[in-house]
Structures are given as C-alpha cells and as structure tokens.
Design a protein around this ligand. Structure first.
Ligand SMILES: [Zn+2]
Length: 163
C-alpha cells in the first residue's frame, strides 16, 4: 500500500481525496479532511486552500467538531468563516497543545499499518498455497473418479469448477 493517506496534520496540498464504496457499490469521492499546517515557529496554523482546490477535492470538512461537524465547505470564503469561529480556534489551540501526542500517535499508527500489511501478505501467501493444494487434490480426485467411472462425482467437480 503505497498511497499513504495523509499523514496527520500534513499540508492539504499533499493530501488526496479518498473514495468509499456506497451501498450501491458505486465509488463516491469523500470531501477532504482539513489539516492545518506548521509555520516557521513549529505551530499549527490555519491555511485555507483555494476554492478551486476545495472543488477538486469534493469539498472540505473540518474535524474540530461542534455544531458544524458534518458540514462540507465548498469555497474558500465559507471555510475561512468557519475557521474564525471560537470552536475552531479552540480546536487549533488544542492541536498545538497536543502536538507531541499527535506525533507519538502517528508513529504508533505507522507501526500498526506496517504490521497489518505484513499480515495481509502472509494471508495472501497462505491463500495461494491453499488454492494450489485444492487444485492438486481436485485433479487427483478427478482421476480417481475417472478410474472408477463415477460420472456423478465428475459432474459435481465440473459444476464446482475446480480446475
Ligand atoms: Zn473547524
């Protein structure tokens, strides 16, 4: 998995829109989650993307919560207005207070993702092995059925389409 989702609190310009499958199995692009940026003094500050950037990313949503938790902002001015609310400013203050915790959490998540990737590869390999065993056993079973002229079982094997 090389298309890492945005690292925590990275610049919006480095992030990508995510897609989720809806109940009808259609891909629907999700709005981008807003992330403040680090300034020269190592403080997270608001950095509102342009309206065209927001449009390209299917809108922007803020994680600061509050009454506008699920609001998707579609333009720079509407989102800028949101970032000036007391609730958002308080959230930004907390982001700065918890900076180190976010970093530690980010490292923990990276390790967790690596472990899960390894587990996935292991499971994939196991699955390939099992498929090979099934193919081999099916072939042998087919030969036995042919020798015994067991047409019923042969038909069943064909129906199950094991090769
Ligand atoms: Zn906000």
């Amino acid at each position: 998995m090389n298309h890492n989702k945005n690292t925590l609190l990275s610049s919006p310009s480095t992030s990508t829109a995510t897609a989720t499958a809806t109940s009808t199995n259609q891909l629907q692009l999700e709005p981008e989650i807003y992330q403040p940026v680090l300034n020269n003094e190592n403080h997270y500050v608001d950095n509102i993307p342009s309206t065209s950037w927001i449009a390209q990313h299917n809108g922007i949503r803020c994680e600061c919560g509050g009454s506008r938790k699920n609001t998707v902002y579609m333009t720079n001015p509407t989102f800028t207005k949101h970032t000036r609310t007391a609730h958002h400013q308080k959230w930004l203050e907390q982001v700065n207070t918890n900076r180190l915790n976010y970093f530690v959490e980010c490292q923990r998540l990276k390790i967790c993702i690596q472990q899960q990737q390894r587990q996935l590869v292991e499971k994939d390999n196991l699955l390939v092995q099992k498929e090979m065993i099934i193919q081999l056993l099916t072939k042998e079973l087919r030969e036995i059925c042919r020798e015994q002229n067991d047409k019923g079982s042969l038909m069943l094997l064909d129906l199950m389409s094991f090769d």
